[in-house]
Every structure is written in structure tokens, then in C-alpha cells.
Design a binder for this molecule. Structure first.
Ligand SMILES: Cc1cc2nc3c(=O)[nH]c(=O)nc-3n(C[C@H](O)[C@H](O)[C@H](O)COP(=O)(O)OP(=O)(O)OC[C@H]3O[C@@H](n4cnc5c(N)ncnc54)[C@H](O)[C@@H]3O)c2cc1C
Length: 508
């Protein structure tokens, strides 16, 4: 049997510890040896608390107990994102982790909704989604496993404390045999002939060699950029936000089962409820507002007393031209960052690790595996990019940032999607990558892009039958949502950490 592949992970943020946990599962079978090097002097980016439902698959793959994970990370449930002021200053819509209605007679639901709307029926798309109604009513319960139940039509994710998640995964990874060193990497040696990373040198003087290096060093891209010079593809013209102020505050109600994003003059603010605090931030473009003014806007928007001074984080939207080069795979912020609008970064970490495990190399680093990994990652980034740009582009706001994004040329792939939807309500399905048609539907309609016509097959259903089925759907949703517990009650019963803050009716 071949010797275990010597894997060295640089970085101990969310990306580093997710990598260590996942690759740590290869230790017992002798496939890999895993060592993680992080520097507590440098620290982590310290944000990244909202996730997508895929995170549940990641935790399940590791075999984590959900209630324990939520207690340890002081988590709350997330059914989607509420967008206020996007599209129009007075608009509000929800991007849910769930379906809108169900296809009928093989025709996608949005065509019936469009037909109903054009016939004058007063039916909002929101009424047709279980997850949106749960969001609007701040309720949560687990989805049903019975596919006939309306309660089976949604998924959920979490909000969690990022530093506690990293600490939790660290415990898991170390129990699997991952070795950790707290030291700063001060030098990198490349093999002169082939340019592979041979070793890293620590400030302590130790030299650490490896077969495969995972660069989780954050924005700096210590290996992938500073040494291997992968190059940067900027998407800043389409996604102009380049700064964020972040500040936690005392937790106040509502304890929402959703991330709440409000469009502002030069970007947007987030509000993320955790059991022990609320996370807040203002993501903005420094071309359109000063740092000081953005800080004031954020502080004025808080609904509880700030629990720390606001912290400024600078970034640019884009990605490394290549995520896997030679014997180095960049994961997390080292591989790119679009912006936090749809909580996609942790997903991109997870999917990179999934592909890496599927294509796990031997010491020769077969170029075919590398090419396939990079092809898959390219698709993921491009898909996320178009979806994010849509949020900025489809708007009728009057501030300079929003005028700029409304008028900017967008990628051809996005124009095509918008026009297909506008023309006939069509949404292309992907085999791989984010986001599914329901997500596109939510944001397109939420930002006032409405279909001019629909699939004529929807006309095959008699009008009264269609109306009856739509009434039944919305009635079932309403009744089922009303029967669910409030989100704060649910968390209290399932995974509440005593002493964090009094949840509805819980002893503090
Ligand atoms: C404003 C903002 C909001 C965000 N919100 C979300 C969100 O809601 N959802 C989401 O999915 N993502 C979000 N993200 C992205 C998310 O924060 C990151 O994807 C995630 O935290 C992973 O970061 P990382 O581990 O790649 O980098 P970091 O957290 O920066 O970790 C880098 C690690 O490398 C180590 N390191 C660096 N240099 C050296 C060296 N020389 N020697 C040794 N160690 C070194 C550091 O010590 C640290 O441990 C957000 C990002 C920003 C900027």
C-alpha cells in the first residue's frame, strides 16, 4: 500500500478547520496524514456566520450531532434571506430555501402563477411558498420526510458563531488525528525544477515538508498567490462593494429564522441572530460612501447596544485564476471571494473539499485531476457570480451606486437568463452548482422582473380547476405554518445554551 499522502493545511479559519475535519476522515484508512498550521497572532477574518442548506450535508458527512453542534456554536435556524429595499426602496421579498408551489401536469409552477396573475387573480408568489410563509411568521420546525406533505417543500441552514464553529471542528479534527501547530509561516520553498511547494518554514525555525498543501491562509493567498502566482480575476466592476464594517450587538427580538439584509445608499446591511448576540455589518462600496459615513449608518441601524467596536474589513470581488496549482489547492478566501450577499463562501469551501476528496491525488498530482477540479470550481464561481450580480442590477433605486449597477453591462450569461425569464418565464436548470430555479424565481420576481408570457401548456388546465388548486395550495401552507412553533421556542427546546440570553419563556 502507498504511504499516506502528507497533507499540510495553512490556516485555521473556517476554511482551515473545515478542510482539517474533512481530510481528517482519511487518516484512519492510511490515505493521508494531516497537519494544520495556523497563527493565533494573525487571527482569522472573524465573520461568515450565515450558511446555505448544504452545510447540513457537510456536518452529516462528518457525523456531527445537530443539537450538539448548534449548542456549541450558539446557532439559530435559517430558512432563507429577507431582502428589504432591494429592487425598490419600499420593496421586501424573501429568497427561501424551498419551493414555490409544485409543477402541475409537467408544467413548472411559475407558469400557472403568471397565468393566474394575468387573469387578474390576486395571488402573490410569497403565498405559494411554505418557507416564505414560515419566514414571515418567524416560525420553524423540521421539514417532513413525507413527500406528499406541504411541509416537505423546504430545507434549512444555520446561522452560527464562526469562531465557535472553527473551535468545534478543531476538536473533531484533532480527535481524528490531525496535528496542529500554532506558528507563523515565515518562508516557503518551491522545488526548483517543477515549481511544486516543497516546504514551509515556521518562525520557530522548523521546516515542514508535504506532498499536498492546502492554502487556507485567507485573502493573502500565502502559497497560491504570493508564491505560486496563480493570478487574480477581478469581478469588481460587477460587484463594486469592497469594504465591510462588522459589529456584534446585544440580542434583541425578533429572533428571526432568516438572515435580514437591507439595501442602503452604497451597499447593504446584514442582521444575523445568534443565541448570544446579533451579528451586524454594512457591506459597501468605497467609491460611493466614505468609511466614516458607512460606520455611522451601521451603528444607527443596530437594534441593540454594540458589544464591541466596529471592525473594518477590506476585500475585492474576484477569484484566483486557478484554485489548484501544482501541489497546492486554495480553499476559502485564498481561492476567491465574491461578497457575502447570498452566504456562498462557506458553501464554496465545502464544494471545493468535496471535489478534492472525489479527485484525491497521489503524490504525482496527475494533471488530469487538477484540470477537472479547476473546471468544476470555475463553474461554481461563475454561477454564484451571475446570481449575485442580479441583486445589484435589477433595481429602481436612485442613489449613485444603484444607478451604476443598473446601467452597467452584465455578463452575457446573466442577460440571457433575465431575458428568457422576462420573455416566457423560463428558468434554466443546472445539473451542477448554485442556485436552483426557485432561488432565481424568488430574486427575479422579488426585484420586479416579471414574465410577459408563460408556457402555453399551462392553458390546458381549466381556469376553475387551476384556481381551486392554487387556493388549496395557499390554504394548506397557511394552516401548516400556523401549526409550527415560533423559532425562538424551537431553539429553546432543541439546543438552547442556558445563560446566553433569555429566549421566549426560558430561564436565562
Ligand atoms: C464581511 C464578510 C462577511 C461574510 N459573511 C459570510 C457569510 O455570511 N457566509 C459565508 O458563507 N461566508 C461569509 N464570508 C466569508 C467567510 O468569512 C469566509 O469564507 C470564511 O470565514 C473562511 O475564511 P478563511 O478561513 O478562508 O480565512 P481566514 O478566516 O482569514 O483564516 C486565515 C487563516 O490563515 C492563517 N494564516 C494566514 N497567514 C498565515 C501565516 N503566515 N502563517 C500561519 N498562518 C497564517 C490565519 O491565522 C488564519 O488562521 C464573509 C466574509 C466577509 C469579508
Amino acid at each position: 500500500m502507498a504511504a499516506p499522502l502528507k497533507v499540510v493545511i495553512i490556516g485555521g479559519g473556517t476554511a482551515g478547520w473545515m478542510s482539517a475535519a474533512m481530510l481528517g476522515t482519511l487518516i484512519r484508512s492510511g490515505v493521508a496524514d494531516v497537519r494544520l498550521i495556523e497563527s493565533s497572532d494573525i487571527g482569522t477574518v472573524g465573520v461568515g456566520e450565515a450558511t446555505l442548506p448544504h452545510i447540513k450535508e457537510f456536518n452529516d458527512f462528518l457525523g456531527l450531532n445537530e443539537a450538539e453542534f448548534m449548542r456549541e456554536t450558539k446557532a439559530s435556524m435559517k430558512l432563507g434571506i429577507r431582502f428589504d429595499g432591494w429592487g425598490r426602496p419600499d420593496g421586501s421579498y424573501v429568497h427561501p430555501f424551498g419551493a414555490f408551489g409544485q409543477p402541475m401536469n409537467g408544467v413548472e409552477f411559475q407558469h400557472y402563477w403568471t397565468r393566474a396573475r394575468q387573469m387578474g387573480l390576486d395571488l402573490s408568489l410569497e403565498e405559494c411558498s411554505f418557507a416564505v410563509q414560515a419566514v414571515r411568521n418567524e416560525r420553524f420546525d423540521f421539514p417532513s420526510e413525507d413527500p406528499r406533505s406541504i411541509k416537505s417543500t423546504f430545507l434549512y441552514a444555520y446561522h452560527f458563531d464562526a469562531s465557535l464553529y472553527a473551535a468545534y471542528l478543531r476538536k473533531y479534527a484533532e480527535a481524528k488525528g490531525v496535528k496542529r501547530t500554532d506558528a507563523k509561516v515565515s518562508g516557503v520553498t518551491l522545488k526548483p525544477d517543477i515549481g511544486f511547494v516543497e516546504s514551509v518554514t515556521l518562525e520557530t525555525g522548523e521546516t515542514v515538508t508535504g506532498d499536498l498543501f492546502i492554502d487556507c491562509s485567507g485573502f493573502r493567498g500565502l502559497l497560491i498567490e504570493q508564491n505560486l502566482k496563480a493570478g487574480w480575476e477581478s469581478w469588481g466592476d460587477w460587484l463594486p462593494c469592497d469594504r465591510a464594517w462588522a459589529v456584534p450587538c446585544e440580542r434583541k427580538d425578533p429572533f428571526t429564522p432568516y438572515t435580514w439584509l437591507t439595501a442602503r445608499e452604497a451597499g447593504w446591511t446584514w442582521r444575523i441572530p445568534l443565541q448570544h448576540r446579533t451579528g451586524n455589518g454594512y457591506v459597501f462600496s468605497s467609491r460611493f460612501i466614505s468609511e466614516d459615513a458607512a460606520r455611522e449608518t451601521l451603528l444607527a441601524s443596530l437594534d441593540g447596544a454594540p458589544a464591541a467596536d466596529p471592525r473594518l474589513i477590506s476585500f475585492s470581488a474576484g477569484r484566483r485564476r486557478t484554485s489548484w496549482m501544482k501541489n497546492c489547492v486554495a480553499v476559502g478566501l485564498a481561492s476567491g471571494f465574491l461578497e457575502p450577499l447570498e452566504s456562498t463562501s462557506i458553501y464554496l469551501i465545502q464544494i471545493a473539499l468535496t471535489f478534492l476528496i472525489q479527485l484525491f491525488p497521489r503524490a504525482d498530482m496527475a494533471p488530469r485531476l487538477i484540470a477537472e477540479f479547476n473546471r468544476l470550481i470555475d463553474i461554481e464561481y461563475a454561477r454564484v457570480r451571475d446570481f449575485l450580480i442580479l441583486h445589484y442590477h435589477a433595481n429602481t433605486r436612485t442613489e449613485p451606486l444603484w444607478e451604476y449597477t443598473r446601467n452597467m453591462p452584465v455578463p452575457e450569461s446573466l442577460t440571457e437568463k433575465i431575458e428568457q425569464f422576462r420573455h416566457r418565464g423560463h428558468i434554466t436548470k443546472y445539473r451542477d452548482g448554485l442556485f436552483n430555479p426557485a432561488s432565481w424565481l424568488a430574486v427575479l420576481v422579488g426585484q420586479d422582473i416579471l414574465p410577459e408570457s408563460y408556457d402555453r401548456m399551462a392553458d390546458n388546465m381549466p381556469h376553475d380547476v387551476m384556481k381551486q388548486r392554487l387556493d388549496e395550495l395557499t390554504g394548506r401552507i397557511r394552516a401548516s405554518v400556523e401549526a409550527m412553533p415560533m423559532h425562538d421556542e424551537f431553539v429553546r427546546d432543541y439546543c438552547y445554551v442556558p445563560g446566553t440570553r433569555s429566549l421566549h419563556g426560558a430561564a436565562s
